[in-house]
Design a protein around this ligand. Structure first.
Ligand SMILES: Nc1nc2c(ncn2[C@@H]2O[C@H](COP(=O)(O)OP(=O)(O)OP(=O)(O)O)[C@@H](O)[C@H]2O)c(=O)[nH]1
Ligand SMILES: [Mg+2]
Length: 366
């Protein structure tokens, strides 16, 4: 008989690489004979991450409509469904990238209430090197809300994971590790490249021996937190695109992300994450970028041309919902013109997150 599953929360700012890491961990653990399931989370439905993980063979449950902390019961239901459906050894759960105070509102309540159902592991907070440079080394206080969320996330981490190590030289990586360790001296710091499959096994091994939930935020101003989250606008949308003749789906995906990205920049928006999932007849690709300066990256590639596709689009950027809607209309017009394609918006939801109102908050020593 199986023992209770472990529950590993993988947090970190928008675009830090959480979903990519979950997919990579799933593959590595499978090779060790360890089964995994995933839980995704968003303030709204229409999530690229859920579809992407499901397309990659994950048993995935989604908590949509509010974050884990504000819908603790939804999180419990997702855990139960995962356990009932595939009895995984490890459940990998990804909280919303703009959320913080997760240790007091999710990890510690989980340790207290669900101890007999899941073994909650130490809380990992993922950090993208480019975001560290932007928010720590070259910080410009125009994006103080983003900085507030990022700093709070790191303050409560049991375990800090530098992601995308493949984008750094060895010297750059060592310098960054040193800097992070000196800023967060009591926290385990490790680096991975989910793309190259580096550092993942060590992360899983270290996480098992790191005590969970020790560094909950002793101070957080919820008004400031609400304001910081609401500075970021969200767009979740779905399009149907039909081309007059088959086109290269990889080029289409990259151009579409580039087009949205340049429209965000024209409006002086700051990208948290921008990602699309393009689903053709038998294949799908994810394409995205988490910075204006970076080229869109493709995960998976279309082997064949595409003739009609469904595209799920998620944009998180420091722009108003109205601006995000007009960006999408502009990109739809661009697709219609450029490829003489038919393009229709099947679903659109733009909003700013509502103020966080956690189900529980454990802020005392037990
Ligand atoms: N070079 C490189 N890129 C990566 C790696 N991991 C993730 N990325 C890219 O970083 C971007 C963001 O990755 P995601 O996994 O979607 O990040 P996330 O933290 O789940 O983002 P949100 O759910 O939107 O908060 C994508 O374009 C990925 O392709 C990595 O190890 N190396
Ligand atoms: Mg994600």
């Amino acid at each position: 008989m199986k023992t209770i599953p472990s529950l590993m929360f993988i947090g970190g700012f928008l675009g830090a690489g959480k979903t990519t890491a979950i997919r990579a961990l799933g593959k590595i653990l499978k090779r060790r004979g360890i089964s995994t399931a995933a839980i995704t989370n968003d303030q709204s439905d229409g999530l690229v991450d859920t579809a992407f993980l499901a397309d990659n063979g994950f048993s995935t449950q989604e908590v949509a409509g509010s974050c884990f902390c504000c819908n603790f019961d939804g999180l419990l239901q997702a855990i139960t469904k995962n356990i009932e459906s595939i009895h995984p050894d490890i459940i990998l759960a990804e909280p919303v990238g703009s959320c913080t105070d997760l240790v007091a509102t999710v990890i510690r309540p989980m340790l207290d209430k669900m101890n007999n159902k899941v073994n909650t592991l130490a809380f990992s907070v993922l950090v993208e090197p480019q975001r560290w440079v932007e928010l720590v080394d070259n910080y410009d206080d125009e994006i103080s809300s983003v900085k507030f969320l990022f700093d709070k996330q790191l303050e409560e981490a049991d375990f800090i994971v530098i992601t995308k190590s493949d984008t750094l030289t060895m010297d750059e990586l060592n310098k960054l590790l040193k800097e992070v360790r000196s800023k967060y001296p009591g926290t385990e710091v490790h680096s991975i490249s989910a793309k190259e499959g580096i550092g993942l096994e060590k992360w899983v091994d270290l996480i098992q021996v790191t005590p969970p939930g020790e560094k909950w935020l002793k101070e957080i101003d919820y008004d400031e937190y609400a304001k910081a989250e609401a500075d970021i606008g969200w767009l979740n949308a779905q399009l149907f695109v039909k081309f007059p003749e088959p086109v290269d789906g990889n080029t289409f995906s990259v151009k579409m992300v580039d087009n949205i990205k340049s429209r965000v920049a024209e409006l002086n928006g700051h990208i948290g994450n921008l990602k699309i999932l393009v689903v053709g007849r038998n294949e799908s690709v994810k394409c995205g970028t988490s910075h204006a300066e970076s080229k869109p990256l493709l995960e998976n590639r279309f082997a064949d041309s595409i003739d009609n596709v469904n595209v799920t689009i998620n944009v998180r950027a420091t722009l108003s919902p109205g601006d995000l809607s007009s960006i999408l209309s502009g990109t739809v017009d661009y697709i219609k013109k450029k490829d003489q394609a038919e393009a229709s918006i099947l679903y659109l939801n733009t909003f700013r997150p509502a103020p966080p109102n956690p189900t529980y908050r454990y802020d005392q020593y037990d």
